[in-house]
Design a protein around this ligand. Structure first.
Ligand code: CAA
Length: 256
């Protein structure tokens, strides 16, 4: 049987490919549990410095699996706390880049937003079309999209269910970079290798602090950032990074 996800490690970068191309990578429970379980050991591994999540050329992911959900009742959804395992993916501490080519719709857009950075091919199309199915975003879209693009644009996307292209997504802050489709993986992997080359304590701390800017109030976020900054002075990588700068040489980070 086909694996729901394919995991490949290149030095300090782990590349995860969603592997249901015929179903446009519709996100069923099998994919959700595989991502949560199979990435956990890599997340804990100090030798892994960045995750890259990708789909196929046609679709990053076309949303949660409608065929799996269609017949479920409220009791089924609530009783199983359906989608709860996505929180495990979102809370991995290793920096994550989504490389989006083609459709990122519904849960697909929400999965991309669970990543720390989104790079998009010029073919990418983003949307939260759940309204067309008589539902609404359920994997974080109402929260994360609103934080990323603001209320007006989020309402536009979520209430009309329309798609936006990569240019619009970059303009409104959903996407960090748009690149030609055939350059997407080169550009993404170059950024992933750069991130993975830094001390993991520093990159984990930095992404947690940036998240706090979205998750809490400014006062709490500033204090959280400052405390994490202080704590990095307990790492050897901080000493090495600053000493290397002063000695005008490249740092050798140990992940400690
Ligand atoms: N769930 C289940 N199956 C899906 C799917 C989904 N989200 N998206 C596509 N598929 C399946 C199709 O049913 C089709 O299967 P068959 O070959 O068995 O007929 C196959 O993938 C190919 O799909 P299309 O023929 O439709 O491919 P296309 O290239 O013409 O269109 C598309 C691609 C525009 C993405 C279109 O498939 C589409 O609109 N998909 C649904 C998008 C959507 O509504 N997403 C939201 C889902 S709900 C959700 O995500 C809730 C949440 O908040 C988490």
């Amino acid at each position: 049987m086909e694996r729901p996800i394919i995991i490949e490690q290149q030095d300090r970068v782990v590349i995860i490919t969603l592997n249901r191309p015929a179903a446009r990578n519709a996100l069923n429970s099998e994919i959700m549990h595989a991502l949560a379980a199979e990435l956990a050991p890599f997340d804990r591994d100090p030798g892994v410095g960045c995750f890259v999540l990708k789909g196929s050329d046609k679709a990053f992911a076309a949303g949660a699996d409608i065929k799996e959900m269609a017949d479920k009742s409220f009791s089924d959804m609530f009783g199983d706390d359906f989608f709860a395992a996505w929180d495990r993916f979102a809370s991995f501490r290793t920096p994550k880049i989504a490389a989006v080519s083609g459709y990122a719709l519904g849960g697909g857009c929400e999965l991309a937003m669970m990543c720390d950075i989104i790079f998009a091919a010029d073919t990418a199309m983003f949307g939260q079309p759940e309204i067309k199915l008589g539902v609404m975003p359920g994997m974080g879209g109402s929260q994360r999209l609103t934080k990323l693009v603001g209320k007006s644009k989020a309402m536009d996307m979520i209430l009309t269910g329309r798609m936006m292209d990569a240019t619009e997504a970059e303009r409104c802050g959903l996407v960090a970079r748009v690149v030609p489709a055939d350059k997407l993986m080169d550009e993404t992997l170059a950024a992933a290798r750069t991130i993975a080359g830094y001390g993991k304590a520093a990159t984990m701390a930095a992404r947690e602090a940036v998240d706090r800017a979205l998750e809490g109030g400014l006062r709490e976020g500033l204090l959280f950032e400052r405390r994490l900054f202080h704590s990095l002075f307990a790492t050897a990588d901080q000493k090495e990074g600053m000493t290397a700068f002063i000695e005008k040489r490249d740092p050798k980070f140990q992940g400690k």
